[in-house]
Design a protein around this ligand. Structure first.
Ligand SMILES: Cc1cc2nc3c(=O)[nH]c(=O)nc-3n(C[C@H](O)[C@H](O)[C@H](O)COP(=O)(O)O)c2cc1C
Ligand SMILES: [Mn+2]
Length: 452
C-alpha cells in the first residue's frame, strides 16, 4: 500500500522498473516516443527529469506500460492478476476525509491559473493538440450527490479552458447532461499523479451510483484519503501531485480530436463538453503524469484489461459455472477479442457464452470458446483448437448490427457493430478422436531445460 505516487516510484526504482531520463525532451512527441518504445520492449516506467520549457517539472510516463507494472502497482503476482482482482474489486473501503494534504502546497486561483505552465504532452502524429490523458476525474451526481471517479482526456484550449471527453455512455458524461437539465455546470476535480490503486480502481466497471474511491480503497486495503477542493464542492486525493478544479460550461461544446485512440487508429473530431478551470493546486516540485494511447499495447490497454475481463468472467460464470479462464487478447486491443476456456458439461453451452458476451455492449466483436485443456494465453494453442476442433459452417455464429461501445473504425455506423463467435470446443460425444498426442515422461527429462 502506497501513500502517494512518490512512495510508489521509490518502490519501482528498487525493482529496477523506473528509469530516470536526464536527456532534455520536448513535451511534443518526444515524451510519447519514449513511452511508445518502453511499451514495445516491455521496459520500465519513465521519469523525465528535464522537459524543455518547463523548468521545475518532471513528467512521468508509461507507469502502466506493461502488465508487470500493473501487477506491481497492485502488489499481486502477474499470473494471479485476474483471479485476485475479481475478489479485490468487490471489497469496498470508505474513503477518509482529511483536513489538508501535500497537494495544497501550491495554490493557483484567479489570474494565477495558467494551464500553459503545465507540461501537457502531445502524443501522436495527428493529434489535434496537447492532451491531459491520465487525470482522474471526480464529479458528483447532481441528483444523488454520489461521487464518480473515472479518467477522461482533456484538450488544452486556453489558460483556464479544457475539453472534457466524457461521452454519455460513461457516468461522468451522463452527470454533465443531468446538470445541464438543471441549467447548471458540473463541478469536476481532476487529480493527476495518484498512487496506482486509485487509477486501477477508476477503471472498475461498477454501476453508476458506486463511488470508485470505495473500490480503490478495497484494492489498496486502506481508505483513500480525500481533501476538499478550494473552489468546488468536490473531494479529491489529498496526496495527488496536482488537482485541477473546474466547472463544465452548460450547453457549450467544442471540437475535440483527431486523437490517436486505443484501436491504434485516430478518432475523428467530436463535440466535447468544455471545462472552465477555477483553481489549480499542487505539490512542490510537482510530477506531471501522462499516459499513451494508440497501437496496442499501451497503458490505456493494460489498465482496462482487468476491469473488462472481470465483467466477462462473471458473465460467463452465470452460464458455465466451470469457467476456467478468460483472456482479452493484445491484438484484439484488449477490448474487441476474447478467448474463454470452459469445462463443458452440456453440448451447446459455448453458444450461449458467445451470445451473452456479444450482447453485453462492451465492445466485444469476437468471442472464441475453447475447452479447459487449452491455454487461452497461448495463441498457438488457441489456433490449434480452431484448426482441429472446429468446423466453420457449424461452429461460427455471426450476429449483425449490435449496439455496442467501440471506436473500431470498421463499424458501419457509430455505436453499432457486428459480432462473431467461434465454438472451438470438442463435442461431448466422441471425444476420443480429439485427444492430444502425448509422449509419456517428458516431465522426467532433466538433461535440458527451456532456458538453454
Ligand atoms: C489512460 C486512460 C484514458 C482514458 N481516456 C478516456 C477518455 O478520454 N474518454 C472516456 O470516455 N474514457 C476514457 N477512459 C476510460 C474510462 O476512464 C473508463 O471507462 C472508466 O471506467 C469510466 O468510468 P465510469 O464507469 O464511471 O463511467 C480512459 C481510460 C484510461 C486508462
Ligand atoms: Mn462510475
Amino acid at each position: 500500500m502506497y501513500e502517494d505516487l512518490r512512495s510508489y516510484l521509490s518502490f519501482l526504482e528498487g525493482q529496477g522498473q523506473l528509469l530516470h531520463v536526464h536527456q532534455e525532451v520536448s513535451p511534443e512527441f518526444e515524451i510519447a516516443a519514449g513511452i511508445r518504445k518502453t511499451s514495445d520492449i516491455a521496459g520500465p516506467a519513465l521519469l523525465f527529469e528535464k522537459v524543455r520549457g518547463y523548468a521545475g517539472w518532471r513528467v512521468l510516463g508509461g507507469l502502466f506500460a506493461t502488465r508487470k507494472l500493473v501487477a506491481l502497482g497492485l502488489g499481486i503476482p502477474e499470473d494471479q492478476l485476474l483471479e485476485r482482482y475479481l475478489t479485490l474489486e468487490e471489497r469496498r473501503i470508505e474513503p477518509e476525509l482529511v483536513q489538508s494534504g501535500p497537494v495544497k502546497e501550491i495554490r493557483w486561483t484567479g489570474n494565477d491559473i495558467d494551464l500553459y505552465r503545465l507540461p501537457i504532452v502531445t502524443h501522436s502524429e495527428k493529434d489535434v493538440g496537447p492532451y491531459i490523458t491520465i487525470g482522474i476525474q471526480i464529479g458528483k451526481d447532481p441528483n444523488t450527490g454520489v461521487r464518480n471517479v473515472s479518467v477522461h482526456r482533456m484538450l488544452l484550449m486556453g489558460k483556464d479552458r479544457l475539453s472534457l471527453w466524457a461521452p454519455p455512455d460513461h457516468h461522468l458524461g451522463r452527470m454533465i447532461l443531468k446538470a445541464e437539465d438543471q441549467g447548471k455546470g458540473l463541478e469536476v476535480a481532476t487529480a493527476i499523479g495518484v498512487e496506482p490503486a486509485i487509477i486501477v480502481g477508476s477503471q472498475a466497471k461498477v454501476p453508476m451510483g458506486v463511488d470508485e474511491f470505495y473500490v480503490a480503497g478495497g484494492l489498496r486495503g486502506a481508505p483513500v484519503k480525500l481533501t476538499r477542493c478550494e473552489t468546488i464542492d468536490v473531494e479529491a486525493p489529498a496526496f495527488a501531485e496536482i488537482i485541477i478544479e473546474g466547472v463544465t460550461v452548460p450547453n457549450e461544446r467544442i471540437a475535440d480530436g483527431p486523437y490517436g485512440e486505443y484501436p491504434g487508429t485516430y478518432s475523428e473530431s467530436k463535440q466535447a463538453p468544455v471545462l472552465k478551470v477555477t483553481a489549480i493546486t499542487m505539490r512542490r516540485d510537482p510530477i506531471y503524469q501522462t499516459a499513451l494511447t494508440g497501437m496496442p499495447v499501451t497503458e490505456n490497454h493494460t489498465l482496462i484489461e482487468y476491469a473488462n475481463s472481470a465483467v466477462i468472467y462473471r458473465e460467463v460464470k452465470k452460464i458455465v459455472p466451470e469457467v476456467k479462464a478468460v483472456y482479452m487478447t493484445p491484438g484484439g486491443t484488449f477490448r474487441h477479442h476474447v478467448v474463454v476456456s470452459i469445462k463443458k458439461r452440456s453440448q451447446e453451452e459455448a453458444r450461449n457464452v458467445i451470445l451473452a458476451l456479444l450482447s453485453l455492449g462492451l465492445g466485444l466483436k469476437q468471442v472464441i470458446v475453447v475447452d479447459d485443456d487449452i491455454d487461452v494465453h497461448n495463441p498457438v494453442e488457441v489456433e490449434w483448437a480452431l484448426s482441429t476442433r472446429m468446423q466453420p459452417d457449424r461452429d461460427v455464429i455471426i450476429i449483425p448490427r449490435l449496439a455496442c461501445s467501440t471506436l473500431d473504425p470498421s463499424v458501419p455506423a457509430p455505436r453499432v457493430s457486428a459480432g462473431w463467435g467461434i465454438d472451438a470446443t470438442i463435442p461431448l460425444a466422441g471425444r476420443e478422436k480429439f485427444a492430444k498426442v502425448i509422449v509419456p515422461g517428458v516431465d522426467r527429462v532433466n538433461y535440458i531445460s527451456s532456458k538453454n
